[in-house]
Structures are given as structure tokens and as C-alpha cells.
Design a protein around this ligand. Structure first.
Ligand code: HEM
Length: 411
């Protein structure tokens, strides 16, 4: 029997807690051909270049891997979103959506939520009072982003319980350990439920628009027109899912890292402004998204001494690039004041994360308040248990012993 490759070991759940030595192994060959014929790219310079290369397509309709998984149309019965489109369609759909999310038309959408985010975090931390053990995932890292994205989109309070089950099912279906048939079945089931949930929500907002993002998308005719109905549904779902599943991991990976580096937790208490570079360093050091799969070479691409043949699937291993010693000095150390921290935690190029300003603000508030108010937090088990996904990586639970809750320590 042949030894499993570094990539096979990275996908194996037993290595979820610490895949970084395996990424170092992967980087020894910057571009590797995996057993399934796809090309894995793991070094910073090569990934940064491919993220900006128009010969690398994100169009799911061109992806042989997506077609094999039955996702050639963007998911069962789902219209592809701008995440899985190329220009010019990507750019147009992203512009129409951005109109209601950020500058220049709606500059206040994210900044306007700051006070509400602080209120949510304050309530979540207040609810920890009187307990000697908390679970950072269930008590803070999950409820904050899920509440924020629900309020942003106009999802009714309580509906989170409905979509959580289907989102979990959809994510389980990306577990590489699962056989392809049950994977497809789970994806189809989750996709159908999520789609009818979002169709209902879009219709409700069209009939009675509020001040939320979904109402704006469903009713406003900007200079480039409205998103077609099926696009509205798939974009609403993309924002709902991308809007919390990733941020949960940023906050829980962030707290985990602070508990492992108590000197940095203390530095944050002493200087709350440190949270801004600290969150960037977390996006490099413990990124929530470890790789972007389903890219396709549109032409033969010569890179790092290898030719990726036209038509080949490409996976960009962002988390390996973020620890590349050729780009970052002392890459395996957590150094919040690291100079020139151009991490790839939010990807890069035209698909650079759409929700980055929202995710940054949520993580900054959560970590500052946690550091300032939770007394003497200690990890119960290190490493904690991990969620199964190798690409959206983060703890499933983060049990933490505490000595209580205080008022805000900084003032
Ligand atoms: C810490 C949290 C987050 C991380 C680490 C993250 C990471 C990423 C990454 C790596 C990409 C690039 C994917 C690719 O190149 O194929 C991306 C794209 C995207 N993200 Fe995020 N994301 C986060 C939060 C959010 C939030 C809060 C939202 C929604 C409000 C969001 C919406 C999107 C969308 C719509 C895209 C597609 C952009 C495009 O194709 O032009 N993300 N994100």
C-alpha cells in the first residue's frame, strides 16, 4: 500500500487540529498534481499570481470537478452566484449586490451595524455571568455572526433554527470522508430546503420591503437593473451562509489563539487598538478558509516549473501560502504587529471576499469584549474538537473555564 500523500493527510479529519506541518510538506513542491488529476498550488507567490490570472476560471459551469459532483449549475436547482462566475457576468452581479452593501452607494451599511454588534456581544457575554465554564463557539462565536447576517438580510429572529439544520447538512456534504452518493443526496436535500426558505423570504420582502439588504436587492432598480429572481435566491443564500460559517471560525480560532498566547491576550487588554492588526494576523495564522477549490485552467499555464494543462481543476491552498517562509518571516509564530501582513485569508483578485469589512468588524468587537470582560479564561482541552470540514476549518466547541464576567476593563 502506498503512503498517503500530504494532501490526503490534510483532508483526513485526524489532522484537522494541526495541518500546518503538512502544509509545509506540500509547499516543497509549489504545484503538485493530486491523485484525482487536480493541481494543488501551495506557495504564496504562485497563488497570488493565479488569483489575478484571467486564465484561471471560477466559472462552475467549466469545472469538471463540479460537474462530477452534480454541481455544474451552482448546486442542485440553484443558479450560480458571482462566486462561481467569471467576468463580465461576475463583475456585473457583484456590482449590483455591492450597491446595497457598501461604498459608494451604501457606505453606511456595515459601519451602521457597529453599535448593534456591540450590543449583541454585550448580551452574549452578560449571559455568561455566574458560569464557571463556557463554550466559546456556542456562546459567542456562532450566535454573533448568525444574528448579524440575519438582521442584515432581514431574516426573522428564530428562523436561524430552521436554516441551521440545512446549512449543517450542506456543509457535511463537503466532508471528503463521505461517499459521493450520500454527499450528493445530502447536498440535494439541503439545497432544496434552503432554496424554498430563501424564495419565501425574498417574496415576503418584495411584498413588504424593510431597510434590510434583501429588501433593497428585491425592489431597487439600479442603473444595471435588478438581480433576476433565481439570482436573488442564490445570492441571498450565498450571503447567509458565507456571512456566518466563516466568521464563526475567525472568532473561535481567534479566542483559541489568545488562550494559547496569554501574553497577547494581556497586550490586547492593555491596548484595545491592537485588535485591528491582530485580526489581520489571525486571518493569516489561523484562517477560516483553508483553500479555494473548483478553479479551472482555461489554457496551459506554466508555473513554478510545471505546466497545468488547459481544462485541469486547480485548488489554491491559501492556508499554506499564509505560512510560506518565502513571504512571511517566522511564519509559524503569531505576531499581531507583523509588518506588511498581506495575508490571503480573504482570497485575492476579483473574488476577494465581499463580506470582509463585516467579518473584520465582528471579530474585532468580539475579541476586544472577550479580552476585556471574561476573567481568567483557560482552555479546557487543547486541541479542542474540530468541525469536520478541511476547508472551512475551526473548532466545533471551545470549552473554556472562566472566573466570571466583569464590566469592561479598559475604561
Ligand atoms: C472571516 C470571515 C470570512 C472569510 C475568512 C471569508 C473568506 C473568503 C474567501 C477566501 C473568498 C474568496 C473565494 C474565492 O476566491 O473563490 C470569499 C469570497 C466571498 N465572500 Fe467571504 N469570507 C468571510 C466572511 C464573509 C461574509 C461575512 C460575507 C457576507 C456578508 C462573505 C461573502 C463572500 C462572497 C459573496 C464572496 C464571493 C466574492 C466574489 O466572488 O466576488 N464572506 N470569502
Amino acid at each position: 500500500m502506498t503512503e498517503p500523500s500530504a494532501w490526503e493527510r490534510i483532508l483526513n479529519p485526524s489532522n484537522r487540529a494541526n495541518p500546518y506541518p503538512l502544509y509545509a510538506e506540500l509547499r516543497k513542491t509549489p504545484v503538485t498534481r493530486a491523485a484525482d488529476g487536480s493541481y494543488l498550488v501551495s506557495t504564496y507567490a504562485e497563488i497570488a499570481s493565479l488569483l489575478h490570472d484571467p486564465r484561471v476560471s471560477s466559472d462552475i459551469g467549466r469545472s469538471p470537478a463540479a460537474a462530477a459532483a452534480g454541481d455544474g449549475e451552482g448546486g442542485p436547482g440553484m443558479s450560480p452566484t458571482f462566486l462561481t462566475k467569471d467576468p463580465p457576468e461576475h463583475d456585473k452581479l457583484r456590482r449590483i449586490t455591492t450597491r446595497h452593501f457598501g461604498p459608494p452607494v451604501t457606505p453606511g451599511r456595515v459601519a451602521g451595524m457597529e453599535a448593534r454588534m456591540t450590543e449583541i456581544v454585550t448580551e452574549l457575554i452578560d449571559a455568561m455571568a455566574g458560569r464557571s465554564r463556557i463554550d466559546v463557539v456556542d456562546d459567542l462565536a456562532y450566535p454573533l455572526p448568525v444574528t448579524v447576517i440575519s438582521e442584515l438580510l432581514g431574516v426573522a429572529p428564530g428562523d436561524e433554527k430552521r436554516f441551521r439544520v440545512w446549512v449543517d447538512l450542506a456543509l457535511q456534504s463537503t466532508d471528503p470522508g463521505m461517499d459521493p452518493e450520500s454527499q450528493q443526496q445530502k447536498r440535494a436535500e439541503a439545497g432544496a430546503q434552503l432554496r424554498s426558505f430563501m424564495e419565501e423570504l425574498v417574496e415576503k420582502h418584495r411584498q413588504a420591503p424593510g431597510s434590510d439588504l434583501l429588501s433593497a436587492l428585491a425592489t431597487d432598480d439600479g442603473p444595471e437593473g435588478r438581480l433576476p429572481d433565481e439570482q436573488l435566491v442564490s445570492t441571498g443564500l450565498l450571503l447567509l451562509i458565507a456571512g456566518h460559517e466563516t466568521t464563526v471560525n475567525l472568532i473561535s480560532n481567534g479566542v483559541l489563539t489568545l488562550l494559547r498566547y496569554p501574553d497577547q491576550l494581556q497586550s490586547l487588554r492593555n491596548d484595545p487598538e491592537l485588535v485591528i492588526p491582530m485580526v489581520e494576523e489571525l486571518l493569516r495564522y489561523e484562517p477560516p478558509v483553508h483553500f479555494v477549490p473548483l478553479r479551472t485552467a482555461l489554457d496551459d499555464i506554466d508555473i513554478a516549473g510545471t505546466t497545468i494543462p488547459a481544462g485541469s481543476p486547480i485548488t489554491l491552498v491559501l492556508a499554506a501560502a499564509n505560512r510560506d517562509p518565502a513571504r512571511f518571516t517566522d511564519p509559524d509564530s503569531f505576531i499581531p504587529r507583523r509588518p506588511n501582513n498581506q495575508h490571503l485569508g480573504f482570497g485575492g483578485g476579483i473574488h476577494l471576499c465581499f463580506g470582509a469589512p463585516l467579518a473584520r468588524l465582528e471579530a474585532q468587537i468580539a475579541l476586544t469584549e472577550f479580552a476585556g470582560r471574561v476573567a481568567n479564561p483557560r482552555l479546557v482541552s487543547d486541541p479542542p474538537p474540530y468541525r469536520p470540514s478541511p476547508f472551512l476549518r475551526g473548532p466545533s466547541h471551545l470549552p473554556t473555564d472562566i472566573d466570571g464576567i466583569t464590566g469592561f476593563l479598559f475604561s
